[in-house]
Design a protein around this ligand. Structure first.
Ligand code: C2E
Ligand code: CA
Ligand code: CA
Length: 261
C-alpha cells in the first residue's frame, strides 16, 4: 500500500431511465512485484487472515475520498461506492474512522456509498445494526451487495437503514437464458421497490438483460456492457468520450453526467 501498488479501478453505474451516471464502484487492484496481478478475491482473503483488513479499508477509503474531492473540485457530482468486509463493520471505532476521513477530505457524505454484503450484515445483526444506523445518520449511503445469495430475513431487511440493493450478478447473467433467474430478478426488483429501496443490477453484460431490466423498472445497472472497471486515467478518458453534463438545478454547484447513447 505504501509503495502505491494497491490502487483502485472504477466501474460506472447508471440509471436506466435518464442514463445518468450515479457514481462508480471502487474495486481494489494489487500489482505484486513478483507475482504480478493478484485478484481482489485472493487479496481480501489473504489480508483478512493477517488481520490487516482495517488497514486496507482505510487505504481504499482515503483513495476514494481523495478522488471524490478531485471530482467535486472540478464541479462534477460523481459518487464512489467502497466495498466492506464483514470484519470492517465490527471493528471498534469503525464509524469514527469513516467520519474522520470524510471530514478530512471535506466531501459531501452522500457521495460516499458503503457496500455491505447480505451475509456480513446477517452474520451479527445486533452488532452491525447500530453501526449502520450511525453511518446512515451521517448521510452516507448504504447498499446491500450480492443480494439474493445470502440468507436474509425479510423482517430484518426491512429494519436496515439502507438506500439500495444490488442484485447478484449470477442471477443477472442467467436471466437471459433461464426463466428461474428471470423470476428471481423480477421478484428482487419488486421487493426492493416495495421497501422503498433503489435496485441496481450488477454484472449486466448483454443488451437483452438490460432491456429486460428496464421493462421490470430496475433503477440502475452496472456491468461490462457499459464498461469494465478501469484504472483512473482510462476512466477519465471514458468520462470524456462517453458522458456529457446534465444542466444543474438552480443553486446546485455540482453537475451530474449523462451517458451518451
Ligand atoms: P463485488 O463487490 O461483487 O464486485 C463486482 C465484481 O464483478 C468485480 O470483480 C467486477 O470486476 C465484476 N464485474 C463487474 N461487471 C461485471 C460483468 O458484467 N460481468 C462479470 N462477469 N463480472 C463483472 P472484482 O473486481 O474481481 O472484485 C471481486 C470482489 O472482491 C468484489 O465483488 C468485492 O467483494 C471484493 N472487493 C473488491 N474490492 C474490494 C475492496 O476494496 N474491499 C473489499 N473488502 N472487498 C473488495
Ligand atoms: Ca460490490
Ligand atoms: Ca456484488
Amino acid at each position: 500500500m505504501e509503495s502505491g501498488r494497491v490502487t483502485l479501478h472504477y466501474q460506472p453505474k447508471l440509471t436506466l431511465t435518464e442514463r445518468e451516471l450515479t457514481g462508480v464502484e471502487a474495486l481494489v487492484r494489487w500489482m505484486h512485484p513478483e507475482y504480478g496481478f493478484v485478484s481482489p478475491a485472493e487479496l481480501i482473503e489473504a489480508i483478512e487472515t493477517t488481520g490487516s483488513i482495517d488497514i486496507l479499508f482505510s487505504h481504499v477509503l482515503n483513495l476514494a475520498l481523495a478522488q471524490i474531492a478531485d471530482w467535486t473540485g472540478r464541479g462534477l457530482r460523481i459518487g464512489i461506492a467502497v466495498n466492506l468486509s464483514v470484519r470492517n463493520l465490527l471493528a471498534p471505532e469503525f464509524t469514527r474512522t469513516v467520519a474522520d476521513a470524510v471530514r478530512q477530505h471535506a466531501v459531501p457524505a452522500e457521495l460516499l456509498t458503503l457496500e455491505i454484503t447480505e451475509s456480513s450484515v446477517m452474520a451479527q445483526p445486533e452488532r452491525s445494526l447500530p453501526v449502520l444506523r450511525e453511518l446512515h445518520s451521517m448521510g452516507i449511503q448504504l447498499s446491500v451487495d450480492d443480494f439474493g445469495t445470502g440468507y436474509s430475513s425479510l423482517a430484518y431487511l426491512r429494519r436496515l437503514p439502507i438506500e439500495e440493493i444490488k442484485i447478484d450478478k449470477s442471477f443477472v447473467q442467467g436471466m437471459v437464458t433461464d426463466l428461474g433467474d428471470m423470476a428471481i430478478v423480477r421478484a428482487i426488483v419488486d421487493l426492493g421497490h416495495s421497501l422503498g429501496l433503489r435496485v441496481i443490477a450488477e454484472g449486466v453484460e448483454e443488451e437483452a438483460a438490460r432491456d429486460a431490466l428496464r421493462s421490470m423498472r430496475c433503477d440502475g445497472v452496472q456491468g461490462y456492457l457499459l464498461s469494465r472497471p478501469l484504472p483512473l486515467d482510462r476512466f477519465e478518458a471514458w468520462l470524456t468520450s462517453r458522458t456529457m453534463p446534465v444542466e444543474a438545478p438552480a443553486g446546485e454547484r455540482l453537475v451530474s453526467l449523462r451517458v451518451r447513447v
